[in-house]
Write a protein that binds this ligand. Sequence first.
Ligand SMILES: Cc1cc2nc3c(=O)[nH]c(=O)nc-3n(C[C@H](O)[C@H](O)[C@H](O)COP(=O)(O)OP(=O)(O)OC[C@H]3O[C@@H](n4cnc5c(N)ncnc54)[C@H](O)[C@@H]3O)c2cc1C
Length: 292
Amino acid sequence: MKPAPFDYYAPSDVGEALSLLTEHGDDAKLLAGGQSLMPMMNMRLATPQVVVDINRIAGLAGIAQASDGGLTIGAMTRQRTVERSGEVRQRCPLLADAMPWLGHFQIRNRGTIGGSVVHAYPAAELPAVMVALEAELVLRSAERERVVPADEFFVTFLTTATEPDELLTEIRLPAWSAAWGWDIQEVSRRQGDFAMVGSVAMVQVDDAETCRAARLVLFGVGESPVRVASAEARMVGQRLDDALLQEVAEIVTEALDPEGDIHASATYRKEVGGVMARRTLQQARQRAVDAS
Ligand SMILES: Cc1cc2nc3c(=O)[nH]c(=O)nc-3n(C[C@H](O)[C@H](O)[C@H](O)COP(=O)(O)OP(=O)(O)OC[C@H]3O[C@@H](n4cnc5c(N)ncnc54)[C@H](O)[C@@H]3O)c2cc1C
């Protein structure tokens, strides 16, 4: 299919793009990598009257170290650039490990980190990673700039806190502690497909393998990333042995309330969610032990 007719603008600076968003509101859509927007327009699941192409705006892409030791990543940074960045590998290895899971490299060559985050597909990896990292999203409109924590940013299916007149300019990742062990894994039908179920785990342990901090976020099992606070609370202060991780897997299975669809039933997603949580926690524990 072909998209419905639309007006196309290619502003050369952020101010011009924001004026267009202010003028056209809900009728406008920003075009970043186009890897989600264009298929949706072709299928007429999205019918914007105005498309604002932000690819020609300088300054929206780039990866830089922040003054607090964290990372600032421009919204228009291509997914492949993030994947290949030595800075990201060194300062946020979880994000580096997440990138190859996003579709195929052809998609990642065009797709942007900001587009993936704002698109907020429930089975996408980056929203879950942003929640696990406790990232901050910087939104700009013609009137103001605001910073939204990741756990408030992802609202529901394909919906974020981004208003129609706002543009995501950058993502701020807090400084990474070398004490973190981490992992991300998912189950999909074929390599590059969206996840049926996925898990992101981060843990810190002391010398006796007692858990000092834990974060666990599942994706593909709800309308947006699911951080399982009850599982995190069960781990902190306890020795992270296999028996405890099996108990945590059961807590996760119990906590999840996914929908079934043509890819996987709700029961499958609940069961496999627990298994994926356990596997990612085991790998994260190993890395944390190696680091301690
Ligand atoms: C075959 C295929 C397989 C894929 N598999 C995966 C996968 O396994 N995992 C995965 O995570 N993704 C997958 N994707 C999606 C891919 O990662 C997209 O690149 C991503 O979802 C959107 O990024 P984009 O830059 O292409 O955004 P676009 O498609 O251009 O935009 C997506 C949405 O975000 C909005 N938007 C974009 N940038 C901004 C901004 N800076 N500020 C405000 N709003 C903005 C747009 O208006 C639009 O609504 C797949 C895509 C395809 C075609």
